[in-house]
Design a binder for this molecule. Structure first.
Ligand code: DC
Length: 221
């Protein structure tokens, strides 16, 4: 069983897929976290964004794992817990550009398919229903207005202790929207057979309920 959940930054994917995964007994796979790990490696290795081949080659040395610790999802990069670091401003600033490098995408998509093998999984990202798993059993596209998404990210960052202003978040979300929509491969786009859920005026509970209905109906509205 493959459930593909796509949508722009701040559309609510992360929050609701975690709840749905627990409820429906699916493995929750945050594919954005894998691109964030590559961005973190790029910073740590002091690679410039135009040193594409160095970034692509270094991916072979990355071991990315997702583990639950006391019910909390954690991300490990080569054995180190990087859950918090991959959400830092530095990573967030460059992750969209890193994920636009074609060679990075090809390797990461292969990794994502391998990590999902043999599992019932709910994946969230930008290109899951269009590129990673075009034959997914259920495809949902979450959206919300830019301002609503920036407000959510701003609140989330503050709760996590990440320093930022609302304007910085708005600018970053808007920049990533543009960048994510214009990638040569795996651009952010709703799949033709996805169900659209506009979460702008919906609570988390309402979105979860709606998505559960869609999943139980096998991807129909
Ligand atoms: O979901 P997120 O904000 O953590 O994702 C970080 C970046 O990774 C985002 O700007 C776009 C990219 N991404 C992608 O290109 N494809 C995916 N399937 C998931 C994320």
């Amino acid at each position: 069983m493959i459930v593909a959940v796509d949508g722009p930054a701040g559309s609510g994917k992360g929050t609701v897929t975690q709840i749905l995964a627990d409820r429906l007994n699916l493995w929750n796979f945050d594919t954005g976290a894998t691109y964030r790990c590559v961005a973190l490696m790029t910073i740590r290795k002091n690679f410039n964004l135009d040193e594409e081949n160095k970034i692509i080659d270094e991916i072979d040395n990355l071991n990315i794992e997702f583990k639950k610790d006391n019910g909390i999802e954690k991300v490990f990069l080569n054995g180190e817990d990087v859950t918090k670091e991959i959400r830092s401003n530095e990573v967030t600033k460059i992750v969209s550009q890193v994920s636009a490098i074609i060679g990075v995408r090809l390797k990461m998509v292969e990794m994502q398919r391998k990590m999902s093998e043999g599992k019932d999984v709910i994946l969230e990202g930008r290109d899951i229903g269009t590129y990673v798993f075009p034959n997914a059993d259920v495809k949902i596209y979450l959206d919300a207005t830019l301002e609503e998404r920036a407000t959510r990210r701003f609140k989330e960052n503050r709760e996590k202790g990440i320093e930022c202003t609302y304007d910085e978040v708005l600018q970053n979300v808007s920049f990533r929207d543009e960048n994510d929509k214009n990638k040569p491969i795996g651009a952010l786009k709703m799949a033709d057979d996805a169900v659209l859920v506009d979460t702008t005026n919906m609570s988390i509970d309402e979105v979860v309920k709606k998505m559960e209905e869609i999943i139980r109906a096998g991807g129909k509205k």
